[in-house]
Design a protein around this ligand. Structure first.
Ligand code: CP3
Length: 392
């Protein structure tokens, strides 16, 4: 049965009892405590049909919606004081292995911002860590790899995934979350082979991806073997999340905008296609996102997406024109605009909604992730504006 619009607009109504307990501490977007909302712990089947009928999944399927759904990439994170509090003293990758902590952190932005979807708290590097690759996520730096992959012997670090043995903590956290979320969809995600490979080859974050491109052009067979292994790894990570109850997935190819369309098509697209094809039959929409991908959008759509994530450089109606009517779009407020005065933000949000209205389906988001310095109250206000201005 479809939930009423008022219920589905109020995230507290979607959360189960134990989440509600924690809710009382955090004010809702309009300042009221949300803990008083009535919410039964919906049985998974009831939750599932409500999830399928949510505006978020309807937009992803290019069906009519009651308002444009909105979430933020990296919505769980350091912009939130409640996140900093629960993460204090716990290393990033360790926090991803604790189901109770993952559940709490994943729910925080749903409570705080009133977004239309939760995104599983994890990282694109978690599956690599789970198969024993020696890496850590260094605060304010990013992923750092102890033994970067430079030759065929380095490849052996990327062994096949054993989903049950390696990712049991993911299954447990997703199951727990889906029970708490009720009618709010959970977005699962993984890193696309190119973006994950760039960390593995460079050894850490990189501006120009020199070593990655040197391998791609100079040792194309090694590069292909690495991306093929990473495709299987990410496909396994996504499948575990879907089987445990995630109802939509996003493939992050954050750094693929560094490539020309020709190189993308030749060296990278087959591996991203392998990941997206592996989850094609599982009944969940697939979002495919990268930064600086204006020239790659048609290829990223063709790789097997249902929704294409667009950064702030290309207007959404133009992006939709480039990829065609078979795909919904997601985006695309410039994250830096969140630091501008409110009238500027409001005008930009309205422009994006107008562009999005010309596409077959629109999920509102930033053009890239939330930054730690952002004011959570501004993000809440953006969610409210998106909902109000797009109400049909
Ligand atoms: O809220 C969410 O979006 C869910 C959680 C999520 C994280 N990482 C948590 C995280 C998601 C979806 C990711 C994906 C991810 N991880 C990407 C693709 C998205 C993008 O932004 O392009 C990439 C490239 C990574 C690799 C990575 N992990 C980077 C570059 C960093 C930042 C390092 C830093 O300190 O600035 C991380 C760490 C990380 N992953 C943090 C979070 C909340 C911050 C570290 C912390 O809170 O301690």
């Amino acid at each position: 049965m479809r939930e009423s619009v008022t219920e589905s607009l109020n995230p507290a109504a979607d959360l189960g009892p134990s989440a509600i307990e924690a809710l009382t501490e955090v004010p809702g977007p309009r300042g009221e405590a949300r803990g008083s909302a009535t919410a039964g712990g919906a049985a998974p089947s009831v939750g599932q049909s409500a999830v399928q009928d949510s505006d978020f999944l309807r937009a992803a399927r290019r069906e009519p919606v009651s308002h444009t759904p909105v979430w933020f990439m990296r919505q769980a994170g350091r912009a939130l004081p409640e996140y900093r509090k629960v993460r204090a003293g716990i290393p990033m990758l360790e926090s991803c292995t604790r189901p109770d902590l993952v559940t709490e952190i994943t729910l925080q932005p749903v409570r705080r911002y009133g977004v239309d979807a939760a995104v599983f708290f994890s990282d694109i590097m978690v599956p690599l860590k789970a198969i024993g690759v020696d890496l850590e996520i260094v605060p304010d730096v990013g992923p750092v790899i102890a033994n970067p992959v430079r030759d065929a012997s380095g490849l052996e670090q990327v062994r096949p995934l054993d989903p049950e043995a390696d990712l049991g903590f993911v299954t447990e956290a997703v199951r727990q979350l889906v029970g708490e979320l009720g009618a709010t969809p959970l977005i699962g995600f993984g890193g696309a082979p190119f973006t994950v490979a760039s960390y593995l080859i460079e050894g850490g974050p990189s501006k120009n991806h020199e070593k990655t491109k040197a391998m791609m052009h100079g040792a194309p067979e090694l590069f292909a073997a690495l991306l093929d292994r990473l495709a299987d790894l990410t496909a396994g990570f996504l499948k575990v999340q879907i089987e445990a109850g995630a109802s939509v997935v996003q493939l992050f190819d954050s750094w693929v905008g560094a490539l020309s369309p020709r190189d993308y098509q030749r060296y990278v697209m087959p591996h991203s296609t392998k990941v997206l094809d592996a989850v094609a039959g599982l009944g969940v929409p697939r979002i495919h996102f990268g930064v600086g991908t204006g020239e790659l959008l048609p290829l990223m759509a063709a790789a097997g997406a249902d929704v294409v994530g667009v950064d702030w450089r290309v207007p959404l109606d133009e992006a939709s024109r480039r990829i065609g009517p078979e795909f919904a779009v997601q985006g695309n407020l410039d994250p830096a605009v969140v630091f501008a005065p409110w009238p500027v933000i409001e005008a930009r949000v309205r422009e994006i909604l107008a562009d999005g209205a010309k596409t077959p389906g629109h999920i509102f988001n930033l053009g890239h992730g939330v930054l730690p310095e952002m004011d959570p109250d501004v993000l809440t206000r953006i969610v409210e504006l998106v909902h109000e201005a797009s109400a049909r």
